[in-house]
Design a protein around this ligand. Sequence first.
Ligand SMILES: Cc1ncc(COP(=O)(O)O)c(C=O)c1O
Length: 402
Amino acid sequence: MSSAWDARLARRAARIFPSLRFDFDSLPAHPDAISLAGGVPPVECLPIERLAAATRQVWAEAEPATFAYDETQGHRPLRELIASRMRRRGADVDPDTIVVTAGAQQGIDLIARLLLDPGDRVVIEAPGYFGAFQVFDHYEADIVPVPIDEQGLLPAALERALATPPRPKFIYTVATFQNPTGVTGGAARRQEILALAARFDVPIVEDDPYGELWFEADPGPLRALDPHVIYLGTFSKTLAPALRMGWIAAPAALMRLLIDAKEAVDIQGDRLVQRAVVRACADSWFDAHLDAARRVYRARWETLQALLERYMPDGVRWTRPCGGFFAWVTLPAGLDARELLSAAAAAGVIYLPGSVFYPDLRPSASLRIGFSTLPEERLAAAIERLGGVIAAALTTGTRSGP
Ligand SMILES: Cc1ncc(COP(=O)(O)O)c(C=O)c1O
């Protein structure tokens, strides 16, 4: 960038995190590199034919009104579909309190746009979803990381963060099958988090992209336990990321402002795609599709778990997700997952090192494994390679990390 542009940039532009915050191109190349970095549905779980047929029908009908400006809040039948699905998961949501967004990511942006002034404090999970940090940073928020354990936010640490003035504007949490760790809080932990939020009068923003992808049973969203929770949903992981379709279920008092903010950002979502999704999800097809996808993810997680047990050296620990796409692997003390990545790439396996999931990019002995995209034999090759690299680092004593 020329210095002339440097001088013209808005303050917030200088704060934009680089995309993904990790440059895989700088790593050693391998002819058969296997990536554990993904967090998306695999091709075999994308209902391409069903979506294509529904899209063809919507276009063929050529309903003139559909081609106009309108429906900033989102197509009413789509909001009804979303509300009825949320009600089935225990969250009493009305279609009038839903705004359809361009993915959950736009939902995070709209909430931040409405609630954050520069310098406002926002509580986040550490490690947590870096896409949310990107947004909060953009609005010049003061991001307050709160550590998590196998059940999510640690109540004592959350209490300290909430009690420290000035009071945070909100708590952002992925309470179910968290990105990046896969962890989910049990009923007692969830009640503790909700009680703290209520005691300090700080709203919770629940981002729930993976909640419907449980392996055995639906833990339900936080929103089912408390109607004050602002809920972000998406079809990116259940149908396809390219649809760019998500939603916010918000308190009625925020609706007018959310719809106005959505209009200011992009006027409205894609009305044709919204109609196609409603059509595709008719006749309980969506339930059957999700059941099949859940079976794929559960089988991949079970495979991964067996592989970790087989190939990880002593001292390596990992989370045991009950749904979603991710497990979080922690190396023995002294190893740094970012430093190990070059050796791993040279051996033919790449992953996202734990440090990218902290807003300050602190060194981390952990790494995220995305298991949704890899069939058994690829997963096996990846974990065997990773185990070899960790074992070599432990024996050669290249410990320099945290
Ligand atoms: C926690 C979380 N929130 C939001 C998103 C973005 O979702 P969308 O594609 O709906 O914008 C992701 C995608 O990985 C995610 O993991």
